[in-house]
Ligand binder design. Structure first.
Ligand code: SAH
Length: 282
């Protein structure tokens, strides 16, 4: 498939526009994003539509495709309408603040929708969390991300890349790094390496933990000051006493001087339950 050229398609840096031109990678992403029979697809940031074309090809071309896209750039919305003759409805707006609950519940999306996109890197984490933390998340997410962010998503405890996004997302999703992608696959090439990540939301959190918003608050606090002990980091934003947190760590059999990055996902889950109990008493 030849890349689509249009003078309106000049990349806007401020919107993180790096158009994917590598045919092999476009094909692979579309295959990873193939939704289960009877379900649909939502594409984030279709841009000029190179990935959109591959996604559309996953569906029979006689029926209306169970697909829609979300795009922030009005020029691109116009391009997509022309290129696909209105077959892919585009919703104008910022994917980081969309009502994902409503988008995923559209009837044509079926029971197990997939969300896919070569994300704009400036907003990638916000978009990822908005989708993954929807009350009823999609069946699967396939996202092109900055390589460094992808590494953080799959990082294991006590490694440099392990942090709050690893813990928050690994609790609720199965995460796989599917494909490493160099800058040359894009036009214009980004300054960083990229990777395609597949996230599969779990039916229930991997370990029993504090309710989602509270878990996020506790993990954010625990990693807020990476150079400090987890006790001091938690104390800097949560209304708790040092002795209370130390007691919770002792219940987990952990050293009071441990740092947040040394706690496993399961330990974060149990700690969140204990701290949530304390916070509720305040
Ligand atoms: N999928 C295309 C374009 C990727 S570039 C391709 O692979 O060629 C990222 C795209 O996301 C751009 O089209 C950009 O306009 C769009 N975008 C930027 N910020 C956005 C946001 N907050 N919400 C939705 N789309 C956004």
């Amino acid at each position: 498939m030849k890349a689509f050229r249009d003078p309106r398609a000049t990349a806007k840096k401020s919107l993180g526009q790096h158009f994917l031109n590598d045919s092999h990678i476009l094909h692979k992403i579309a295959e990873l994003a193939r939704p289960p029979e009877g379900s649909g697809l939502i594409e984030v940031g279709p841009g000029t539509g190179n990935l959109t074309a591959r996604l559309l090809a996953l569906f029979a071309d006689d029926a209306p495709a169970p697909m829609c896209a979300i795009e922030r750039d009005e020029r691109m919305i116009e391009l997509i309408a022309e290129r696909f003759h209105g077959r892919v409805p585009v919703i104008s707006g910022d994917a980081a603040v969309m009502d994902w609950q409503a988008l995923l519940a559209q009837p044509q999306m079926g029971p197990r929708p997939v969300v896919v996109g070569n994300l704009p890197y400036y907003a990638a984490m916000h978009i990822l969390f908005a989708v993954a933390q929807a009350p009823k998340p999609p069946f699967r997410m396939v996202f092109m991300l900055q390589r460094e962010v992808a590494d953080r998503l799959v990082a294991l405890p006590s490694t440099p890349a392990y942090g709050q996004i690893s813990v928050k997302l690994q609790l609720i999703c199965d995460i796989k790094l599917a494909l490493k992608v160099g800058p040359g696959a894009f036009s214009p090439p980004p300054k960083v390496d990229s990777a395609v990540v597949v996230l599969t939301p779990l039916a229930a959190p991997r370990f029993e933990a504090a309710p989602s918003a509270q878990f996020s608050r506790i993990v954010s606090a625990g990693f807020a000051q990476r150079r400090k002990t987890v006790v001091n980091s938690l104390l800097s934003t949560l209304p708790l006493q040092s002795a209370e947190i130390q007691k919770a760590l002792a219940e987990l059999g952990l050293d009071p001087r441990i740092r947040g990055e040394a706690l496993t996902l399961k330990q974060w889950a149990v700690l969140s339950l204990l701290l949530d109990g304390l916070l509720r008493q305040k």
